[in-house]
Design a protein around this ligand. Structure first.
Ligand code: KMH
Ligand code: ZN
Length: 275
């Protein structure tokens, strides 16, 4: 294997969709989410992707809940890179979704295209993408482009060309969402070939595809996102008891292949985020 950069692991700790009915291990409160985020960091994640829930466990983009959660994360594990979601949940308004960028995180997701999302439609049209990119630029938060389809990459490149996103480009290929691009290595290769050569990328394999996509990304020199947002099983029929369980499995696979894990400081360097 040629020399590769260290592996950046992102932990997507709770998301917006998973319920306690599906797994008792999904964190819901700011305390639980911050505990899970820091355990994932301890296990090897250098970025935590954060959604929050209200007092009933429903997804919310309330900036106050984000701030409380981020404060707790910073107290418990100050060095982890916090990436807030601006995707929120299907059906939320753009204004509601955008609140999270005011919680003073280093990164935020920028969903760069509309997609089928199970039985729903997750709406991200060009005016919304441009608006989110402008606002992120204003508050100096680094976007990660979430691509559910190959065409989404071209929407991202369009806002870059328009000057709305500056600096290092980092992509997340979300593969295996029902209704969107399937988790298949040929799709992954095509997507990787479509981004600029100096950009970085990670893959989020959804559901049973999580570790298959992770192993492929590790071998290809990309990076990996895992977490209960994307997949609740450690192996077939065995629920992961925490996000850290999922991160530890990626660390094991990566070390077996001979790729070391990036610390948050090393990740900041790779993504050109100021320390
Ligand atoms: N919950 C999905 C509809 C993101 O975080 O930016 C959107 C999502 C993507 O999770
Ligand atoms: Zn998310």
């Amino acid at each position: 294997m040629s020399v590769m950069e260290k592996l950046i692991i992102t932990a997507a700790v709770c998301g917006a969709e998973i319920t306690r009915k599906q797994t008792p291990y999904i964190p819901l409160t700011p305390e639980e989410i911050s505990d899970e985020a820091c355990a994932a960091r301890e296990a090897g994640a250098s970025i935590v992707h954060i959604h929050v829930r209200d007092e009933n466990g429903k997804p919310t983009q309330d900036v106050k809940i984000f701030k409380r959660t981020l404060d707790l994360i910073r107290k418990k594990c100050p060095d982890v890179i916090i990436q807030v979601s601006t995707g929120g949940a299907v059906g939320m308004s753009a204004d509601e979704r955008l609140q999270s960028i005011y919680a003073e995180a280093e990164m935020a997701t920028l969903d760069v295209g509309t997609t089928n999302f199970g039985n729903d439609i997750f709406v991200n049209d060009m005016p919304l993408i441009r608006h989110f990119a402008k606002k992120m630029n204003e508050v100096h938060i680094m976007p990660e482009f979430e691509c559910f389809e190959i065409g989404h990459i071209y929407n991202a490149l369009r806002v870059v060309k328009e000057g709305l996103v500056k600096g290092h480009l980092h992509f997340d290929f979300v593969l295996g969402v029902p209704g969107a691009c399937p988790a298949d290595v040929r799709n992954l290769i095509r997507m990787v070939d479509s981004i600029p050569s100096n950009a970085t990328w990670t893959v989020s394999g959804i559901g049973k595809h999580e570790f298959e996509m992770a192993a492929q990304a590790i071998a290809m020199g990309g990076n990996v996102r895992v977490g209960l947002e994307d997949n609740i099983y450690l192996s077939k029929g065995v629920l992961a008891k925490s996000n850290a369980d999922l991160v530890e499995k990626v660390v094991r696979i990566s070390k077996e292949i001979g790729r070391e894990i990036a610390t948050p400081r090393e990740t900041r360097k790779l993504l050109e985020i100021k320390d």
